[in-house]
Design a protein around this ligand. Sequence first.
Ligand SMILES: [Cu+2]
Length: 179
Amino acid sequence: MKRVILVPAALLFLAACGNNESANKAATTDTTSAAPAAPEKPGADIPGIDSVQVTDAIVLTGNDDTKYDKTLFKVKAGKQVSLDFKNVGKMPATAMSHNVVILQQGIDVNAFGQAAIAATATEHIPASMADAVIAHTKLLGPGQSDKITFTLPDVGVYDFICTFPGHYATMKGKIVAEP
Ligand SMILES: [Cu+2]
């Protein structure tokens, strides 16, 4: 019986010590450094980010106006997410196809979009920049849809674009991966 009582008492003591130490550290950090070590709210500077709910099931469309219906999503980093994408347009595939290409953090969207133009044999996914791609849908003609799953590895902001030639200027958005 004594042992059963002693163990929780010891744990409580340790926990109390730990709390005091971290509180002291936090106080020290506040007075000596103005810059936070890591952002707790990635994408905090993106307009409208606070009204976007975290999801694990993205539903997105592209249309004949060369637009996505949504351009901002919020997910959990490290958690699998599904993306259901449909081309809701009516124009012929040769003139107006769409895809969704999710890029690694730090990739130059314009450089990738330019490289993708010539990649006609691979549905405008440039093989030379395969490492820049986290996931992508098929290239879809009118009425077609594709569903993929992906996981954003790290906390931060990821760009997605349509790589059909000329589309990335207006068909682009961001996925914010929260802790
Ligand atoms: Cu497109």
